[in-house]
Design a protein around this ligand. Structure first.
Ligand SMILES: *[C@@H]1O[C@H](CO)[C@@H](O)[C@H](O)[C@H]1NC(C)=O
Ligand SMILES: *[C@@H]1O[C@H](CO)[C@@H](O)[C@H](O)[C@H]1NC(C)=O
Ligand SMILES: *[C@@H]1O[C@H](CO)[C@@H](O)[C@H](O)[C@H]1NC(C)=O
Ligand SMILES: *[C@@H]1O[C@H](CO)[C@@H](O)[C@H](O)[C@H]1NC(C)=O
Ligand SMILES: *[C@@H]1O[C@H](CO)[C@@H](O)[C@H](O)[C@H]1NC(C)=O
Ligand SMILES: *[C@@H]1O[C@H](CO)[C@@H](O)[C@H](O)[C@H]1NC(C)=O
Ligand SMILES: *[C@@H]1O[C@H](CO)[C@@H](O)[C@H](O)[C@H]1NC(C)=O
Length: 511
């Protein structure tokens, strides 16, 4: 009887301790890493609401749209917990960030509201516990300011953002704006959202330290470089274990690779979103034809069966060099364990013309979790970090785990719809806002930022003064001299083609 009671108490208390114990220890201390701001989700969900320049313009029907820029609007975003009958709405859980270097940390909204600028990217961030997603709504309250204080109430319009469905991750929502006194629809706004969920139970995403990559300065782009190495007897193909191991033996401290998910959700090493495959057309005299199919539509097994034309812009040698489609797990098992890995995660971005680079596949949280799962299971203590051109994917990796540092890859130009990707400055502001370790821009804007007066590179100093890592890539990193020059000027890490040749050009000493 007594024993039963004890067991009963234990079985009631224990889950409570587990649940509340985790909930109350969500802030990770800084004891085991050099970041002062180590924020990770654990059992929380992060919801970000964003106003995108262009897409999220506030439209008020009775106002002249051309005058919009001259309208004096201020706004705030409130979080509403629908289960909590007592509480109305609260701004305290919703912090905001502006994409301005050194001012992009998430902070509390000013009492007077945020001054509306249609050209600005603004992000709101709420942390909520998992069960709350379907019970959390948001309200955007917009005030139309004029000089007559009596009219303030009449000139407030509200947008209600209903709770997100379990299957929603990112996208835009068009919200009607209601006149707060008449409740008539008087306008609309399109709000962008991102929902970052904690990883599932397949693995433990918590680590007692970040893997250090501070000693690494040179990485082999896709192993021995883009395409096929006809100049070497082995004719290495990019993104293969044999290319990785050759690069590691011949000067690379780290290799860079591309990973994406197959139809059966296995992380596969491949660069392009589409695979060129050779098929026999029975209607056209058994002629061989090439077709392009997204990699995400093949299972691993079928990928390994098909004969592919390896990147036709590099080679016309159909079937002569077929890609082996090795998995991330195989790479981790069979690539020299002393060699580091820069894991670039591929996911289609939306281009300026609003088309995506390729069809979207698996939901983004699951996509990321599948890849993290393999890294946590087979990565061991190998020096590794994770990069992506997809800013939201970088935010996810940053918040879901604390073993691998994140680098935001950027072309620093207007090729996508994402303002975070437009320039070195915006990439820096984004990295600062999410406490991301490094930005990974293409080398070109860095090279052209060289000042004639002192011979220094303006952008190298700009990034280093902000204590962010600076890793560079691009085909202008093509000689021993350029590599040494950039490293001497303070660049942390370079990712380039034909690393074996460039390292061997003269005696090369990494400091
Ligand atoms: C989200 O939660 C983490 C962990 O509790 C906390 O450190 C962080 O400041 C929160 N972020 C925001 C924007 O409230
Ligand atoms: C906008 O309105 C606010 C509140 O009435 C006022 O303090 C501010 O000076 C105005 N700003 C401009 C640019 O008109
Ligand atoms: C998400 O699920 C809801 C039902 O819960 C459904 O109505 C909606 O169409 C789904 N949306 C997508 C994008 O699958
Ligand atoms: C809201 O409605 C009131 C009348 O109820 C009107 O005076 C005011 O101009 C309206 N505001 C907007 C922004 O439509
Ligand atoms: C095809 O392969 C041969 C033999 O390896 C090579 O010399 C040639 O350059 C390749 N052709 C093209 C177009 O890449
Ligand atoms: C990788 O190594 C682990 C541990 O030795 C093993 O369990 C797993 O099957 C290996 N995977 C592959 C693809 O070789
Ligand atoms: C690079 O130099 C090392 C040592 O001199 C040599 O063993 C190796 O074969 C060279 N690699 C290439 C690709 O030339």
């Amino acid at each position: 009887m007594k024993l039963n009671l004890v067991i009963m108490i234990v079985s009631i208390i224990l889950p409570l301790i587990i649940v509340f114990g985790l909930a109350s220890s969500t802030t990770i201390t800084t004891a085991y890493n050099n970041d002062d701001n180590d924020v990770i989700l654990q059992n929380k969900v992060a919801i970000q609401l964003r106003l995108y320049p262009g897409s999220s313009t506030i439209k008020l029907f009775n106002q002249n749209v051309d005058n919009n820029e001259h309208m004096n609007l201020t706004y705030k975003v409130f979080t509403q917990n629908l289960l909590d009958k007592k509480s109305t709405t609260t701004t305290t859980t919703t912090k905001y960030s502006r994409l301005i270097p050194d001012q992009s940390s998430y902070i509390r909204q000013p009492e007077s509201g945020i001054v509306y600028n249609p050209k600005e990217f603004v992000s709101f961030w709420s942390n909520i516990t998992t069960t709350d997603v379907s019970n959390t709504a948001f309200i955007i309250e917009i005030r139309i300011n004029n000089n007559n204080d009596d009219e303030v109430q009449q000139n407030t319009v509200n947008g209600y953002i209903r709770p997100f469905d379990a299957n929603e991750t990112n996208g835009f929502r068009k919200i009607p704006l209601l006149n707060s006194s008449s409740q008539n629809v008087v306008g609309e706004i399109e709000v962008n959202y991102l929902i970052i969920r904690p990883t599932g139970d397949d693995f433990n995403p918590l680590s007692d330290h970040y893997i250090s990559i501070d000693d690494i300065q040179v990485a082999g782009h896709r192993g021995t470089g883009t395409g096929i190495r006809y100049d070497l007897p082995e004719k290495f193909i990019e993104n293969t274990i044999s290319a990785f191991n050759y690069a590691c033996k011949n000067g690379a401290q780290m290799i860079e690779l591309d990973v994406q998910l197959s139809l059966d959700r296995i992380p596969v090493i491949y660069h392009d979103f589409e695979v060129q495959t050779n098929f026999v057309n029975r209607h056209k005299c058994k002629k061989h034809e090439m077709i392009k199919i997204p990699l995400k539509d093949f299972t691993l097994h079928s990928l390994q069966q098909i004969s592919t034309n390896f990147m036709p812009h590099v080679s016309k040698n159909v079937s002569m060099f077929s890609q082996s489609f090795e998995t991330l797990e195989q790479v981790l098992n069979y690539t020299d364990p002393n060699c580091g890995i820069d894991v670039e995660i591929k996911y289609p971005s939306q281009k300026k013309n609003l088309q995506y680079e390729s069809e979207l596949g698996v939901e983004l949280n699951e996509y990321v979790d599948r890849i993290l799962n393999i890294l946590f299971k087979y990565g061991g203590e190998r020096p590794m970090f994770i990069t992506s051109f997809h800013a939201d994917l970088c935010s996810m990796i940053r918040l879901k785990q604390n073993k691998y540092h994140v680098g935001f890859l950027t072309s620093a130009k207007h090729w996508s719809t994402d303002p975070r990707d437009f320039s070195i400055e915006s990439a820096v502001a984004f990295a600062q806002s999410m406490m991301i370790k490094a930005i990974v821009p293409v080398v070109d804007p860095i090279l052209t930022s060289k000042t004639t007066t002192n011979g220094r590179y303006k952008y190298i100093d700009y990034v280093k003064q902000r204590k962010l890592g600076l890793y560079l890539w691009g085909n202008k990193i093509n000689s021993h001299q350029i590599v040494m020059n950039l490293l001497d000027n303070g660049v942390d890490l370079l990712i380039f083609d034909r690393i074996d040749k460039i390292i061997n050009e003269t005696t090369f000493i990494i400091h």
